[in-house]
Design a protein around this ligand. Structure first.
Ligand code: PLP
Length: 413
């Protein structure tokens, strides 16, 4: 029984957090900060800590079992993404993974070469490249936003792209603006130039599971603690890019491709628990589409389509419910081409006041710059510390959650 609609009751039953009194009474819109964790991920995490919390791999059975679980976690993440496991780096966070990648890019960047970053990105995908350019004597070039819309214009990119542009780093969708950037087009313009494209998918992946085989980026990074799993950074790096980079691992690990950019060795249990994310997508697929022997990558794409459609409906509900209020939406005030991640300011109240008013009614939505300080400055926000109120959705949010937000925002305007 193929389904074209997300079963929200099923979804919420997969997240044990909703059975807890605090989460049960909270309308949670802090998802861009970090999502709740799917049940199968929690199960695998607990299992590892309870049974196998040892230094993995070795001769004794307990070490072997721990290593096998970690291998399963890595393999499942690769299967979900439809890419070889050797091309996946698991790090403590995306900030750390991109920083490591930037160090590794030293052979590609020197005096006379340029690196493009955007004003729309989270600092994780700007600062690391700025520091690389400083170390290497290269030039950092900024792809500006349109200060009115907060959006990036492809024509500006074409003007900035030069024969000596080594790397372009951009976000798939900003954690403030929410517009889905034309990454395919950036890649197709950059590739003939020999320019590498590094995509920050942290804000995109929770709303639409990344389709790396179709996109074909040189590198793609996101954070699994925002995609209903454990606190890790996940980074794909294409073979021919990896081959040009300086290894950042211990010298004796250089023969292992998936260790080349592994500079930290994150929590073993968190890696093992990624296997549970495969179970979550698998179970969701079986529930919505029936039993099927398509790949995990295909299942994740199909389930993600349902999640995205559900979130888009909720996003529209919110935008329609507040469109007559003295509220400025950062980016598009409609859902076309954007994620369900709404940042706004009010003509009447500070963003902190909005956040407090929502919190008083058990609605979680924070305010601030969300580490996209350059974006807020370029968009002309006067008080960047107060910043924006951010209402970020996940597929487990309900129409009732959104009604509650609308009610509070209407009552104070
Ligand atoms: C768009 C974006 N990029 C990068 C990051 C950094 O991710 P991490 O916390 O895993 O370092 C964030 C974190 O919120 C983000 O929203």
């Amino acid at each position: 029984m193929p389904s074209n609609c997300l079963d929200i009751n099923f979804v919420r039953s997969c997240f044990p957090t909703f059975a807890e009194p605090l989460a049960a009474k909270t309308a949670f819109f802090e998802n861009a900060g970090g999502s709740y964790v799917a049940g199968p991920v929690l199960d695998k995490l607990m299992h590892f800590y309870r049974i196998n919390k040892v230094q993995p791999y070795g001769e004794s059975e307990i070490l072997k079992v721990a290593g096998t679980q970690m291998d399963a976690g890595r393999q499942t993440m690769a299967d979900l993404l439809g890419v070889p496991v050797a091309n996946i780096t698991l790090g403590a966070s995306t900030t750390q993974n991109i920083n490591t990648l930037a160090f590794a890019c030293a052979p590609l960047v020197s005096s006379g070469t340029e690196v493009i970053v955007t004003d729309q990105d989270h600092e994780a995908n700007i600062g690391a490249w700025e520091r690389l350019c400083e170390r290497q004597g290269a030039t950092l070039v900024t792809w500006p936003i349109n200060p009115q819309t907060g959006e990036l214009d492809l024509n500006d990119f074409s003007t900035l792209l030069k024969p000596n542009t080594a790397i372009v780093c951009l976000t798939h969708s900003s954690n403030i603006v929410g517009t889905i950037n034309p990454v395919e087009e950036v890649i197709s313009r950059a590739r003939p130039n020999g320019t590498r494209v590094v995509v920050d998918g942290v804000s995109f992946a929770p709303h639409q599971w990344p389709d790396i085989p179709s996109l074909k980026p040189d590198a793609y990074a996101f954070s699994s603690y925002k995609t209903y799993a454990t606190h890790l950074g996940v980074m794909y790096v294409a073979d021919d890019f990896l081959d040009t980079l300086d290894p950042q691992c211990h010298y004796f690990n250089r023969s292992y491709k998936n260790k080349l950019l592994d500079s930290s060795g994150p929590d073993h249990a968190a890696i093992a628990a990624l296997d549970g994310l495969g179970d979550y997508f698998n179970n969701s697929h079986a529930h919505h589409f029936g039993n099927s022997d398509i790949t995990l990558y295909q299942k994740a794409q199909q389930v993600s389509g349902l999640m995205h459609a559900h979130e888009t409906d909720l996003c529209k509900q919110l935008l329609d419910g507040i469109n007559d209020l003295p509220i400025n939406i950062i980016g598009r005030n409609h859902c076309e081409g954007r994620e369900a991640n709404i940042a706004l300011t009010s003509a009447k109240h500070s963003s902190a006041h909005l956040s407090r008013a929502l919190a008083a009614k058990d609605i979680a939505a924070g305010n601030g710059d969300f580490y996209a300080l350059r974006l807020l400055e370029k968009a002309g926000l006067k008080d960047t510390q107060d910043g924006v109120l951010r209402i970020s959705f996940s597929h487990y949010n309900t129409t009732d959650d959104v009604d509650r937000v609308i009610e509070v925002l209407r009552s104070i305007h």
